[in-house]
Every structure is written in structure tokens, then in C-alpha cells.
Design a protein around this ligand. Sequence first.
Ligand SMILES: CC(C)(COP(=O)(O)OP(=O)(O)OC[C@H]1O[C@@H](n2cnc3c(N)ncnc32)[C@H](O)[C@@H]1OP(=O)(O)O)[C@@H](O)C(=O)NCCC(=O)NCCS
Length: 218
Amino acid sequence: MNLSLMLKQLLDFPSRIGNTFLLWRKHVVYDSSSLLTWGRLGITGKGVIRIGNNVTIVSSDMINPIAGSGKTHFVTSNHGRIVIGNGCKISNCSITARDLVHIGERCTIGSNCMIADNDFHSLHPELRQNDDWNNTIIKPVLIGNDVFIGARAIILKGVSIGDYAVIGAGAVVTKSVPRGEIWAGNPAHFIRKIDMALEKPASSIPPNLEPSHQNTNA
Ligand SMILES: CC(C)(COP(=O)(O)OP(=O)(O)OC[C@H]1O[C@@H](n2cnc3c(N)ncnc32)[C@H](O)[C@@H]1OP(=O)(O)O)[C@@H](O)C(=O)NCCC(=O)NCCS
């Protein structure tokens, strides 16, 4: 382990203690031996939150400064459920459930995304003045396995995202995304299908700059 990582772990120790207490106080179901958190989580509300095994949640720009200094915040109403599958990695995101946000296994959710199964406020101007959540539209959000959501994407109510799909940075996803497709933009639209056989990253480094693996011993 390098020195910089050790120092970050030391600095993060108070947050981890605070998170352990918060997760216990909010009755979050999780595996304490495999959940890795960085930074102080936010959890609001009395709904059900289940976090699978080997999940990493970043809530600090110390570890992921890519899209600013957001936190990870889970917000539920009394009947809200947030389910996060095994092996997910989540960075500085807000996830809000009045009914259900279900995230499958091994998903990567980039920095500063917002995922919500409701509109937070009524669309009717008078009802909005009362500003309780009872007058909002609620539709579950279902995210499959091995989904990658780019930084600052917004996933709106009623959206399902199929396995292996990729959502571009900054996308506003209003419609469901089939499995194995890349969608991006506002509103998010189809970009292309993912070719599972060819989707290995090609090196963009010119050949003369590639590290040499030749044995230089004369
Ligand atoms: C969506 C993404 C994966 C597509 O990558 P790609 O397959 O290499 O796509 P390309 O760069 O070849 O672009 C293909 C087309 O999609 C468009 N596009 C790509 N990303 C886009 C985005 N985020 N929003 C809107 N349009 C996008 C391009 O403009 C291009 O359009 P065109 O065909 O009309 O010229 C990538 O652009 C992206 O957004 N990655 C997420 C990065 C990120 O946020 N990481 C997490 C950090 S925490």
C-alpha cells in the first residue's frame, strides 16, 4: 500500500466511524466486512436500504474529485426502498426512493449522478405550495447488472436500464434503455450498441511512445 493511500485512510477514519454509526441508526442492511466507504455518507428518511457485498461508496472529493465535491446521499420516504447489488461502485451521487430504486450487480455509477423515482414536487402549482411528497408522481427506477452511468447523469422516474448499458456523462435519461446499448445527451438517446466482443480499449498511445518491454541488458 502506498503512503498517499495510507494517509487518506487515516484522514478518512473519522468518516468511517461516523458511517458505521449512521448505517446502524438507519437500519441499513449491509455486510460490514465488505462495504468500503470514503467520506461521510448522508442518509435521510425511514425507508429500507439494502447494500450488497463488496460495494464501494465514495462520498468525498478526496478520492474522486472528477465532478466536483458532491457527497453520496440516500433519501427515502417511509415506503421507499433503495437496493444496491453486489460489487457496485458509487461516487458522490444522490439516490432518492419514495417507492423503489433497484440497482443490480457490478454497476459503476459516476460522480455526481442523481437517481430519483419521483419528481420531488407536485406539477400542480397550488399543490406544490403544500410541498409534501404526497402529490408527486412516483415510478420505480430499475437498473440492471454491469451498467455504467457517466458523471453528472440524471436518471428520472420510471426509467429501466438494461444489463451492460452505458449512460453518457451529463445525460438526462427520461426513457428506458435496452440492454447493451450506449445512450447519451439530453434527453438521452441511442448512440450505439456495445459490441461485447470488441469493446476492449485500444491503446491511443503512438507506437513509438509505448513502454518498451524489451530486455535492455546487453
Ligand atoms: C457515452 C460514452 C461512453 C461514449 O463513448 P464513445 O463510444 O467513445 O463515443 P464517441 O466519443 O465516439 O461519440 C459517439 C457519439 O456520441 C456522442 N456522445 C458521446 N458522449 C456523449 C455524451 N456524454 N453526451 C452527449 N453525446 C455524447 C458524440 O458526440 C458522438 O456523436 P456523433 O456520432 O453525432 O458525432 C462517453 O462519451 C461518456 O460519456 N463516458 C462517460 C465518462 C464518465 O463520465 N466517466 C465517469 C467519471 S466518474
